[in-house]
Design a protein around this ligand. Sequence first.
Ligand SMILES: [Zn+2]
Ligand SMILES: [Zn+2]
Length: 109
Amino acid sequence: MANLFCKTCGSLLRPRKTPYGNWMSCPDGHSQPEINQDGTVVIKNTPAKIVEVADDTNLLAVHDHPCKKCGHNKAELLEIMPFYSDEDNTFRMKCGKCGAIEQLEGKTT
Ligand SMILES: [Zn+2]
Ligand SMILES: [Zn+2]
């Protein structure tokens, strides 16, 4: 393998351990996004962190409803259709944070 140099500053790259695997990295910490070594997975701006955020926030949880379990004040409104036509629809609030489901009392119409 030819020597690899930092694309930013030209320093000789050194092997480095990262949480994603071992790869060559600049001693000054410049990232080398184009390097793909033998079997090493190159992480290009992984969306891992973005995914975490998306998991934590339910985009459908737009209704003001304090969760009894965790105190989060936004919940998703779930409407469950009745089995029989003479029954009212059932509404439930699903916590946007912990996912706890709470059935609403009484009629909502
Ligand atoms: Zn560098
Ligand atoms: Zn909750």
